[in-house]
Design a protein around this ligand. Structure first.
Ligand code: NAP
Length: 250
């Protein structure tokens, strides 16, 4: 018996990185998992195969986010595979460092479209599918609260706005028994950081030293916290921002 037996989850951006870790963990806990991706269908199918190989159930859904009609397209594809959702994880996101003086309006709009607008409308349009007692988990960032990397200002702003969404939705959805929380990773070893973290040993060592635990985060570090929030054990936690930076901003 898994703690999420009989539940259905949708994890955006689950083809790779943190989202894949979350999808695999929710699948292991018994949820049937919608594995969303933007363009990387091969990677999404690998996530589905990994869940199935571990005895779980999953299906892939492709949908570009951050474009008009994205949320409707996502849910239409989801509805072809499942009847209602218990756990929605808004994880898909983009970001890279850009010095303040060099941020273009296009980059600003793109970051907000994918990281903030998409979770807003995916959740809004998912409300009719979200069952009583459900869970919404938004993947934020430690950078939403700590100005440690000012060159990520625009990205950090998108996550700060996402956290405002979390807090307000917790009030709106509480009467339906639905909890809404943010998890806030620090640096996690995924493709989003590949160009500097995996290519530069000194940068990796400096990043590891930011945590008192002395290492860089792994997707499973975040996935295990999301699994807790998705479980019945976390029924009394809502509207919260959970620092999952390994103590890097404590
Ligand atoms: P990642 O490895 O780059 O994976 C990104 C995922 O999002 C992929 O599944 C990708 O799909 C999907 N995606 C990207 N752009 C999309 C778009 N326009 N429309 C729909 N889906 C899109 O990223 P990650 O590091 O796992 O990050 C996951 C989340 O954690 C993000 O919200 C990120 O901001 C947050 N976060 C990450 C870190 C970190 O250090 N890694 C730290 C704090 C917060 P495809 O495979 O199809 O491209």
């Amino acid at each position: 018996m898994g703690s999420l037996d009989g539940k259905t989850a949708l994890v955006t951006g689950a083809s790779r990185g943190i989202g894949r870790g979350i999808a695999e963990r929710l699948g292991r806990d018994g949820a049937r998992v919608g594995v969303h991706y933007a363009t990387n269908e091969v990677a999404a199918k690998e996530t589905v195969a990994a869940i199935e190989a571990a005895g779980g159930s999953a299906f892939a859904i492709g949908q570009e986010l951050g474009v008009p009609g994205d949320a409707a397209g996502l849910w239409e594809a989801f509805d072809r595979q499942a009847d209602g959702v218990d756990i929605l994880v808004n994880n898909a996101g983009i970001g890279w460092p850009v010095p303040f003086g060099e941020v273009s309006e296009e980059t600003y709009d793109r970051f907000f479209a994918v990281n903030t607008k998409a979770p807003f409308f995916v959740t809004q349009q998912g409300l009719s599918r979200l069952r009583e007692g459900g869970r919404v988990v938004n993947v934020s960032s430690g950078l939403a609260r700590a100005a440690m990397m000012p060159q990520t200002l625009t990205y950090s702003m998108t996550k700060g706005a996402l956290d405002v969404l979390t807090r307000n939705l917790s009030k709106l959805l509480g009467p339906r028994g639905i909890t809404v929380n943010s998890v806030a990773p620090g640096v996690v070893d995924t493709d989003i950081n590949a160009d500097w973290l995996r290519a530069d040993d000194r940068a990796r060592a400096a990043t590891a030293a930011m945590s008192p635990l002395g290492r860089v985060g792994e997707p499973s570090d975040i996935a295990d916290v999301v699994a807790f929030l998705a479980s019945d054990d976390a029924r009394w936690i809502t509207g919260q921002w959970l620092d999952t930076t390994g103590g890097a901003i404590a």
